[in-house]
Design a protein around this ligand. Structure first.
Ligand SMILES: [Zn+2]
Length: 214
């Protein structure tokens, strides 16, 4: 039997390093806790930032705490078009060769030269849950979820395993809208191809060349 994984939607937000925070909010400011997130120790802050690209901007972008070693802005593909930056899909922390943007706070602004990503969809889980679901860190899996009239199977979902995590799948607003996100959606890892990691793009190519593996 599959384990039901809660699916959580991440709206656009950013993580910030301490140095950048002080540029935007002043030397005496500190992150202010507002509410907790599903991942232990992670929280939404009261502070808000404007992010600006060549074509447009978003105000009131949420800051998540605690501080990170590097500032990172997470947006959807739709957001990337409005900002006018390329939508580059990456895992959190993998920001090499990604676009930047302008960050504007109440006390100052700064030019970020990289760090704007469209987060690759992923599942957080503990080592015990990974054993229960027979997956390991950095596996890419299929997740099937149900929705009234818009059920779908997500491919290329990265598994992230750490004792510090709680079980949750994270998608962005575009992905949540694709299945008409209801209140408490859940998904189950789908073991296709005998449970091996398989790439949907490769599968699609194979089907178009007449190879069927199912
Ligand atoms: Zn996440």
């Amino acid at each position: 039997m599959g384990i039901a994984i809660p699916i959580e939607t991440s709206a656009r937000h950013m993580h910030i390093c301490e140095e950048d925070f002080h540029i935007l909010f002043g030397d005496d400011a500190e992150l202010t806790y507002k509410s907790e997130l599903s991942q232990p120790g992670q929280y939404v802050c009261e502070e808000r930032v404007t992010i600006k690209g060549p074509k447009g901007s978003f105000e009131n972008v949420a800051l998540l705490g605690p501080y990170r070693p590097e500032t990172q802005v997470e947006i959807s593909m739709t957001d990337s078009r409005k900002l006018g930056v390329p939508g580059i899909i990456r895992q959190s922390g993998d920001t090499k060769d990604t676009p930047g943007c302008t960050l504007i706070g109440p006390k100052g602004s700064l030019e970020l030269d990289h760090g704007v990503i469209v987060a690759k969809r992923h599942i957080h889980m503990t080592p015990v849950q990974a054993i229960q679901m027979n997956v390991k860190d950095n596996d890419e899996v299929f997740v099937i979820m149900e929705s009234f009239e818009r059920s779908l199977i997500f491919a290329d979902v990265v598994v992230r395993v750490s004792p510090k995590f709680a079980l949750a799948m994270h998608v962005d607003t575009d992905e949540a809208n694709a299945f008409a996100n209801d209140n408490q959606p859940t998904g189950v890892i789908l073991k296709l191809f005998g449970g091996r990691t398989y790439n949907l793009q490769k599968w699609a190519e194979e089907l178009q060349s007449g190879i069927s593996r199912l």
